[in-house]
Design a protein around this ligand. Structure first.
Ligand code: VGL
Ligand code: ZN
Length: 204
């Protein structure tokens, strides 16, 4: 069984949002086509409490895109984004979210960020997604959404470690690209065994 994993299509990651991914909204029509093609849809939603420790504003003297050492490793500091209950945390209005069967929220613990949909950034705290997927006999996951070099990459790498076949739909993702992170992400995903595909290969 296969599932479509629609990652973080939220206002704050789209142009005009607090942490806009360049051309992030461009993929929405492609996502809607894929959504109508798949039977099982899982969406993720970045969902931070105010004062989340991944925000630069929570660390006096720090600027967005600086990094700090957390007890789980290096953390990029972000502009405040996807705060629970705000407009910025809502799904993009043009995304067809009606078909989503489960929505995984992540980053809701103040002290820990969560890029991956499987594990939080300590690589230990689970979101429960693996259990859901296994119980539904899902073997193949098609990752789409934002951002290629953060939430998509970490989800793809973790998904492979969890034993799933991870596909990444190249024309249905967009990246942030901090200091070459986008090229590095593509290389890491390829190296780990992710399968690169396109929406045309899936739909046509
Ligand atoms: C993301 C940075 C911070 C993402 C989420 O969705 O890739 N990136 N929070
Ligand atoms: Zn976030």
């Amino acid at each position: 069984m296969k599932a479509l994993l629609v990652v973080d299509i939220q206002n704050d990651f789209c142009p005009g949002g607090a942490l806009a991914v360049p051309n992030g909204d461009e993929i929405v029509p492609v996502l809607n086509k894929l959504i109508s093609h798949f039977d099982i849809i899982i969406q993720t939603q970045d969902w931070h409490p105010a004062g989340h420790l991944s925000f630069a504003s929570s660390h006096p003297g720090k600027q967005p895109y600086d990094t700090i050492e957390m007890n789980y490793g290096t953390q990029v500091l972000w502009p405040e984004h996807c705060v629970q209950g705000t407009k910025g945390a809502e799904f993009h209005p043009d995304l067809n979210s009606d078909k989503a069967q489960v929505i995984i929220r992540k980053g809701f613990r103040k002290e820990i960020d969560s890029y991956s949909t499987f594990y939080e950034n300590d690589q230990k705290t689970t979101t429960g997604l693996t259990g859901y997927l296994r119980q539904r006999d899902i073997t193949d996951i098609y990752a789409v959404g934002l951002a290629t070099d953060f939430c998509i990459k970490w989800s793809v790498l973790d998904g492979i470690d969890e034993g799933f076949t991870m596909h990444i739909v190249k024309d249905a993702v967009r990246g942030i690209d901090l200091n070459g992170s986008l090229d590095a992400a593509w290389a890491e995903m390829e190296e780990k065994g992710a399968i690169f595909t396109t929406s045309h290969q899936i739909i046509d």
